[in-house]
Design a protein around this ligand. Structure first.
Ligand code: S3P
Length: 433
């Protein structure tokens, strides 16, 4: 599948984007081990979350889709999961694999976790190391999936200093901590998304935070609750960028999650001169949301604050597009983690932007992007949803048509992406490769 994008004059619009991927994964996993029913609204029915949903069902959890974005989960309690019928295929999803490993390493049964070509190339030592020190027994292919998790291990709490700022690792350790004897704590080197902590608290678990340390006591019961999933800021970011770099557009994106552990993209873009405002900030369940208004702006380059990296970790592909459309040069540093996402995102964006006529210099954990005008061409997504969508957004402001190849993975996080861009009058078509 490929996107064919023709440069377009945008129209003003009010749009919505699908539900938050991180919150949807957590609702499925925590709802499954809670007691009683969890009603989820605004659920992201994208492929990543559907893989988690199928995995929980194969361990005996009854999950029903009661509407397009509404599901109910009948929790089986901390000890109620059953032996899965076979290997759990988590598709493209690093979040599913890392959090699920934390959840499964304290179970009585064995399980095998696998995934697609991208996921089976992603590093798992970052979770295997702390979970093993809790007493888990996990086999891997030299640190890579598939993972075989041996059941029946008695876990004990640990005090763990995270070597990387990763919400997935933090969450894996905390989930294992629910099954461990004593207290488990993690210390973050930088703030990462806190959806796990918020949802655990909403389900009645005492989560203690002091400074950068987060702790849970093992054996606590979760109570099913209602989870309202906000629209995903990481998806909204593509719409924001399309509007920002258009000649003239005024776009409102409704009901978007603006949890402060996620809003680095807004801070970075505002520092580049973007006209972005948060309207009607409010709480949706445990998560802050707002309507985000974006007006076309002349962006300017500069150094991007490395302190914001963990708060914008998924938005760097689209921030590269912002940098390419900005006046002057933009310097990204401290973004080495991008090399181990669904693709090597530094290399993938550098290659795509260069094809479109933008000068980019790469380093091991950074890049310098020189602002310019996007030409046309054929660019490769490397099977990575966020690379595909970022390059499509660049195409909407290009001087010539842009074709983005290998885009099927967009459905992992943003089903309806093309329809959403079409609502801004962007001419984007899907064609067979
Ligand atoms: C996620 C954490 C981040 C992010 C991913 C979702 C999560 O990964 O990139 O898309 O839901 O916890 P890391 O924890 O590896 O930074």
């Amino acid at each position: 599948m490929q996107f064919q994008v023709t440069p377009s004059a945008l129209s003003d619009a009010t749009v919505t984007v699908p539900g938050d991927k991180s919150v949807s994964h957590r609702a499925l996993m925590l709802g499954s081990i809670a007691e009683g029913r969890t009603n989820v609204s605004g659920f992201l029915a994208g492929e990543d979350c559907l893989a988690t949903l199928a995995a929980m069902q194969s361990m005996g959890v009854s999950i029903e889709q009661v509407g397009a974005t509404d599901i109910t989960i009948d929790g089986v309690g901390l000890a109620g999961l059953g032996t899965p019928g076979g290997p759990l295929d988590l598709g493209n999803s690093g979040t599913a694999m890392r959090l699920m490993t934390g959840l499964l390493c304290g179970q009585a049964f064995d399980s095998v976790l696998t995934g697609d070509e991208s996921l089976t190339g992603r590093p798992m030592r970052r979770i295997i190391a702390p979970l093993s020190s809790m007493g888990a027994r996990i086999d891997s292919r030299d640190g890579l999936p598939p993972l075989t998790i041996h059941g029946g291990s008695a876990l004990r709490g640990i005090d763990y200093d995270l070597p990387v700022a990763s919400a997935q690792v933090k969450s894996a350790v905390l989930l294992a901590g629910l099954y461990a004897a004593g207290a488990t704590s993690v210390v973050e080197p930088a703030v990462t998304r806190d959806h796990t902590e918020r949802m655990l608290a909403a389900m009645g678990v005492a989560v203690k935070r002091s400074g950068s340390r987060i702790a849970v006591e093992g054996g606590q019961t979760l109570q099913g609750c209602s989870v309202q999933v906000p629209a995903d800021l990481s998806s909204a970011a593509f719409v924001m960028l399309a509007a920002l770099i258009a000649d003239k557009a005024d776009v409102l994106i409704e009901n978007v999650g603006v949890n402060p552990t996620r809003t680095g993209v807004i801070d970075i873009l505002q520092a580049m001169g973007a006209d972005i405002s948060l309207e009607q900030p409010r709480l949706l369940g445990q998560e802050p949301v707002a309507d985000i208004r974006v007006r076309s702006s002349q962006l300017h380059g500069g150094p991007v604050d490395p302190a914001l990296v963990s708060l914008a970790i998924d938005e760097f592909p689209v921030l590269f597009v912002a940098a390419a459309a900005a006046k002057g040069k933009t310097t990204f540093s401290g973004i080495g983690e991008l090399r181990v996402k669904e693709s090597d995102r530094i290399a993938a964006m550098a290659a795509g932007l260069r094809t479109l006529g933008i000068q980019v210099e790469e380093s091991r954990d950074g890049a310098v992007v020189h602002g310019g005008r996007f030409g046309g061409g054929v660019v490769e997504s490397h099977g990575d949803h966020r690379i595909a969508m970022s390059l499509a957004v660049a195409g909407a402001s290009a001087q010539e048509p842009v074709t983005v190849t290998n885009v099927a993975a967009v459905d992992t996080s943003f089903p309806g992406f093309c329809e959403c861009l079409a609502a801004l009058n962007i001419d984007i078509r899907v064609a067979a490769q």
